[in-house]
Design a protein around this ligand. Sequence first.
Ligand code: S3P
Length: 453
Amino acid sequence: MTDLVIHPIGEGALSGSVPVPSDKSIGHRALLFSALCNGKSRISGFSFSADNVSTADALRAMGVRIETTGKTELTVEGVGLYGLRAPDKPLDCGNSGTTMRLITGILAAQSFPSTLIGDHSLTKRPMMRIVGPLRSRGARIDGQPHPKREGDITAPLQIHGLGEGKYLGPIEYESPVSSAQIKSAILLSGLFAHGATHFKEPTLSRDHTERMLSALGVPLRTVGTMVELDPGGWNGQMPALDMEIVGDASAAAFLLVAAQIVPGSRVVTRSVGTNPTRTGLLEVLRDMGAGLSIESLGERAGEPIADIHSWTEPLRATTIGGERVARAIDEIPIACALAVRASGTTVIRDAEELRVKESDRIATMATVLRSFGVTCEELPDGLRIEGKEGPLEAADIDSHGDHRIAMTSAILGLLGRAPTRVRDAGCITTSFPKFVATLRGLGATIDVVDEAP
Ligand code: S3P
C-alpha cells in the first residue's frame, strides 16, 4: 500500500512548464484499433498508464504482438479484423472500465468464448449499459448480479462467443446516458456485424472513437449526437496506424487547478489535447475567473492540441451542470478543489454518472471535502460546495482506490495547515504515473510512504 504525505506549500507557489501523460482514452483506442488493423502500427508519446497497460495485456493474451520499442514508443502487429485468438485464461482488465467495456464490444462478435475480470472497483461497476444493447444485436453475454443496482450486472463477464459462421445483427440504440464507453463498445461490435449500427446519446460524449475509425476508412457518419456505421460494401481492412498521442486533458486538469488555488502560481501544461468533447473544465475555469490562456499548436493525429497556461486569479463560484457535465465528467473531482477556493457557493448538478465511476465520486468527494474542513452538501446528482478562506484542515484521506480522488486530495493537501496523508495512492498510476514527480518539479513537497500490506 502506498500513501502520500503532502506538505503544506505555505508561502511557496507552483511554477514551471511540464508535459502531461498521454491521453488515456486515446491510448486504449490506439491499441485496440491497431490490433485490428492490417500491418504494423507505431504509437509514440505513450505513457504506459496502468489502465492502458491492461488493454495491451488483454490484446497480447489474444495473440497480438505488442513490443515496447522506446521509453514512450511501442509497435503493434495488427492481426486484422478476424485474427484474434481465443484467450486461454480470463482477461484481467484491472481497474479499467474502458478496457472492459470496449473489449466487450469486440469480443461479443467473436466466434470464441472469453471471460473478463477486473479488480475490486471494476467488479462493482455497471455493465448492463453495454451488455443490454449488445445482447439485442445477438451477443451472448452473462455477468454477476450487481449487488446494489437491481437488474444490473457486473464483472466477471462471460462472453459465450457466437460460434462459427454466426454474426451480430443491426442495431438502432438510443442510450439514456452520454457515454463514450457505451458508444465505443457498440461501434466496435458494429465493425463485425451484418447490418448497420445506429447510436444516439443525449449530449455528445468524447468522440475519439469516431475520429480514429473515420481516419482508418471505416464507413462511419456522425450528425450531432448520432453516429452511424454501415459496413455494407466495406472491405473490412484498416491500414496500420502511425501516431503520436496527445497529452491528457484530464491529467493536465490537476495541474491547471493547482496553479489556481496555490497563490502566486504559474504553470504551463504542454501539448494537451483540446478536443471540444473534453474541454468542459477549461470552460469552468473561464467562468470562475481563472487566469488561463490556451496557445493552439494545431492538430496531432486528428486531435487539436495546445499549451495551456494557468496562473492564480481570484475565483468566483459557479454552477456546473447540463451538457457541459459530459465534457468534464472526469474533471469534476478536481473542479471541487476550485470550488473550495472560490468566493460563494458552487453547485454541481446533472452528474449522477459520478456515482458509478472508480468510486462513488459524489460520496467520496463529500467525505474528502469535509475532512479538509470544507462545508458541502451531497446532492443526488452532484454537490453544493462553500468556498473557504485560509488554510484547510490537515486531512487523512482514504482514496478508495480511485486515482482522481487521490490526486484531488493531494492538490488540496498543499493548502493544509499541517501535512495531509492520502492513503492507498498507488492507484494514481492508473492515469498519471509521474504525478508525484511532476508536482515536485513544480515546487511541491510530497513524501511517498510504502507500507507493507
Ligand atoms: C472514457 C469515457 C468516460 C470516462 C472514462 C474514459 C473513454 O466514461 O469517464 O474515464 O475512454 O471512453 P463513460 O463513457 O462511462 O462516461
